[in-house]
Design a protein around this ligand. Structure first.
Ligand code: NCD
Length: 314
C-alpha cells in the first residue's frame, strides 16, 4: 500500500478489499466491552483539522484510541494559524514533536498532498476542499458491501451537490474500482464542470433527472447541499431543490423494496433527504456508516502505521 492515503488513487481494488477485510475484524472489536487492541501502542497520531468536523474527527480519534495510539486533536481555531503562522510552519512544528501519523482536514483542495511533501510520516486525507475524502468513500463501500455482498455489477446512484463534494469524487473512484456501476445525479448547476469527459474516462453515467434512475438502483447515496461552499444561487429555493432532487417520501416508493440509502452526514433533513428516508428502518444505513467509519479508519491507521517499523506492512 502507498505510504499515504491522500486519494482513492492511492489504493487499488485488492488493497480496498484488504482494508475492508481488516475493518471487518476491527468491527468485531466494537462489540466488545473492552475495545482496545494493542496494535499502535506507543504511536502518536495527530488529527490536524483546519475545517469544521464532528463525525470525521471523533471517528479518527476513537479509531486511534481503540488501537492504543495516543491521539491529539488540533483544530485551526485554537491553533497558531489563527495568529498568522503558515500552514507549513504549523505542520512542521506539530510533526517535530515526534508524531507517527497525521490526519488532515483542510478547506483547500490539495492541502493533504502538499503536507505529505513536507513531512516524513504517513498522511491521511480527512477531506481537502472539494477534492477527496478517501476514508469516507472506503467506509461507504464497506457499509454497502456488508449489505449487498460484492459490489461488482451493482448500480449505485450518487445524488446531490456533486460540484462541491469530495465525497462524490472519492466514491466514484472507489465504487468503480470495486466494479459498481455509478450514476451521478444532480441539477445542471450542481453537476461538476467537465463531468462529460470525466465520466467517460472513469466510466460512470450522469443524469439531471432523478426519478427514472431510482427504480433501477441497488443503492442510493444522498449528498448534502453544501451551502457554506456556495457563493451564488445554485437553485431557486430549498423547496424547489427538495422537489427536484430530494429523497422525498414519494421517491422512497420509487425505489425497489429494501434498497439501501446512504448519507455521509451531516444531513439537511427536508432538503436533500426527507425524515422518512433518513429514518427508514432496514433501509437507511446512515448510522451503520458512522459505526463502520470507526472500523474502516482503524483498518487504514493499522495498514499505514502498524507496519512502519516492523516491516509487516500488508
Ligand atoms: C462530508 C465532508 O465533510 O466532506 N461529511 C463527512 O465527512 N461526514 C460531507 C459533507 O460535509 O456534506
Amino acid at each position: 500500500m502507498s505510504r499515504h492515503l491522500l486519494s482513492i488513487d492511492d489504493v487499488d481494488a485488492a488493497e480496498i478489499e484488504r482494508i475492508f477485510a481488516t475493518a471487518g475484524e476491527m468491527h468485531d472489536v466494537q462489540r466488545r466491552a473492552v475495545k482496545k487492541l494493542p496494535a499502535l501502542r506507543g504511536r502518536t497520531v495527530i488529527n490536524l483539522f483546519f475545517e469544521d468536523s464532528t463525525r470525521t474527527r471523533s471517528s479518527f480519534e476513537i479509531a486511534g484510541k481503540w488501537l492504543s495510539a495516543d491521539v491529539i486533536n488540533i483544530s485551526a481555531k485554537g491553533s497558531s494559524t489563527s495568529k498568522g503562522e503558515s500552514l507549513r510552519d504549523t505542520v512542521l512544528t506539530v510533526t517535530a514533536m515526534g508524531v507517527d501519523g497525521l490526519v488532515v482536514r483542510h478547506s483547500a483542495s490539495g492541502a493533504a498532498q502538499q503536507i505529505s511533501q513536507w513531512v516524513d510520516v504517513p498522511v491521511i486525507n480527512a477531506g481537502d476542499g472539494m477534492h477527496e475524502h478517501p476514508t469516507q468513500a472506503l467506509l461507504d463501500g464497506y457499509t454497502l458491501s456488508r449489505r449487498l455482498g460484492s459490489l461488482d455489477g451493482r448500480h449505485v446512484a450518487i445524488v446531490g451537490d456533486l460540484t462541491h463534494s469530495r465525497v462524490f469524487r472519492s466514491n466514484v473512484k472507489s465504487l468503480t474500482k470495486l466494479g459498481a456501476r455509478v450514476t451521478a445525479v444532480a441539477p445542471p448547476t450542481l453537476m461538476p464542470a467537465g463531468v462529460g469527459d470525466w465520466s467517460k474516462a472513469d466510466g460512470f453515467a450522469t443524469s439531471y433527472d432523478l426519478d427514472p434512475v431510482l427504480g433501477d438502483v441497488d443503492a442510493v447515496m444522498m449528498l448534502r447541499v453544501q451551502r457554506e461552499r456556495m457563493s451564488g444561487g445554485y437553485f431557486p429555493t430549498a423547496r424547489e431543490y427538495a422537489v427536484g432532487y430530494g429523497l422525498t417520501r414519494p421517491r422512497l416508493a420509487m425505489l425497489r423494496p429494501g434498497t439501501p440509502i446512504l448519507h455521509p452526514g451531516p444531513m439537511n433533513r427536508g432538503l436533500e433527504i426527507s425524515a422518512e428516508a433518513a429514518d427508514a428502518i432496514d433501509q437507511s444505513l446512515v448510522l451503520d456508516q458512522v459505526s463502520a467509519g470507526v472500523a474502516v479508519r482503524m483498518s487504514v491507521l493499522y495498514h499505514l502505521l502498524a507496519g512502519e517499523e516492523e516491516g509487516t506492512n500488508a
